[in-house]
Write a protein that binds this ligand. Structure first.
Ligand code: KG4
Ligand code: ZN
Length: 332
């Protein structure tokens, strides 16, 4: 089954063609990072306008790279939420219209489920059940996954998402937007033990997180000594990163042990982080738990993961209806 996936929930316009929910024939992502960079974050109105400009070329390119024509498609899967409503509406309306015009089924997909199923687009995916850490700019949560559409949330952040904390700390340190990759790189030049930040919720039972305290601690350091900060910026980045990753790694492995899972999965934009990949892999090797983390192209927002999730819902008989709408928030 050939599915065109479409993703436009935030600041990436993406389209992909995926066969049978697991073979990626093409995956095109048009990033708007240059547009939002100077504002230090995503400007929703600008994002929607850029999606409108990009959606047709991106879909055309995805079909071209897959060597297909639109008539070859069997179905369309599109992100329905959560995300920025104006941005979502661009991809969603496009997908509806395209599927209606081609007279093929289409299905709305939860963006978070897309991230979780991104791991099935790699060779040698995990077996069920597994515990998944989803860490992105908008969400941070741990899930217990027993099937392609059977996903139970075990815990989530009570305030900032991990990626959001990276972005805010980068802003405070004057490193620009988005901050994840910059802090990841800078932290490698710093000493993670020189400035020790508290590990929030590490001592609590359960699988919730809190990252706003670490972000505020960095803020206070900068306010108290802006000059000194310039010299220690790599150590601050390394100390911040180590605190966040300690908590993410510990809670994920704890979750897996609590459910006797032999597999853990790390997905979402923050899964691109080198230190997180290293720490979870190391913990998995020590504890006899197999670790699956998708390649970098599948960590950030993309449409292949939406096509993969859409495939399983289409198989179960879910179909989009013309009067269905997008949603900005969802309790997955
Ligand atoms: O999944 P994603 O592309 O979009 C959302 O659904 O939010 O995640 C974007 C987030 C941003 O906050 C970005 O700073 C973070 O992922 N990120 C990283 C890295 N690369 C991207 N965080 C830490 N280390 C990285 N290497
Ligand atoms: Zn995402």
């Amino acid at each position: 089954m050939l599915i065109l996936g479409i993703e436009s929930s935030c600041d990436e316009t993406a389209a992909a063609v995926v066969e049978d929910g697991c073979r990626v024939l093409s995956s095109v992502v048009a990033s708007q990072v240059d547009v939002h960079h100077r504002y230090g974050g995503v400007v929703p109105e600008l994002a929607s306008r850029k999606h409108i400009e990009a959606i047709l070329p991106v879909v055309t390119d995805a079909l071209y790279q897959a060597g297909l024509k639109k008539d070859d498609l069997d179905a369309v899967a599109v992100t329905q939420g959560p995300g920025l409503v104006g941005s979502l509406l661009v991809g969603y309306s496009f997908a509806k219209a395209l599927a209606y015009g081609l007279d093929i089924p289409w299905v709305g997909v939860n963006h978070l489920e897309g991230h979780i199923l991104s791991v099935f687009l790699e060779d040698d995916p995990p077996d069920f059940p597994f515990c998944a850490l989803l860490a992105s700019g908008g969400h941070t949560a741990i899930y217990y996954v027993t099937g392609f559409t059977e996903i139970e949330r075990m815990g989530q952040t009570r305030d900032d998402a991990a990626g959001e904390a990276y972005d805010k700390v980068a802003k405070v340190l004057g490193l620009g937007y988005p901050g994840g990759k910059v802090i990841d790189d800078l932290a490698h030049q710093g000493d993670p033990t020189r400035i020790r930040f508290k590990r929030p919720f590490l001592d609590r039972n359960g699988f919730d997180f809190s990252f706003s305290g670490i972000k505020s601690a960095v803020n206070r350091l900068v306010q108290n000594d802006p000059e000194g900060m310039a010299e220690q910026v790599a150590d601050v980045a390394a100390g911040f990163q180590e605190a966040v990753i300690d908590v993410l790694t510990y809670k994920l492995m704890q979750a897996a042990r609590s459910r006797n899972c032999g597999y853990v999965v790390v997905v979402g934009g923050v899964a691109a982080n080198r230190r997180l990949r290293e720490r979870v892999s190391q913990a998995g090797a020590e504890q006899g738990i197999a670790v699956h983390i998708p390649g970098l192209a599948l960590c950030g927002d993309n449409a292949a993961m939406i096509a993969a999730a859409g495939y399983h819902y289409l198989q179960k008989g879910r179909r989009g209806k013309l009067d269905d709408d997008v949603y900005s928030r969802v309790p997955l």
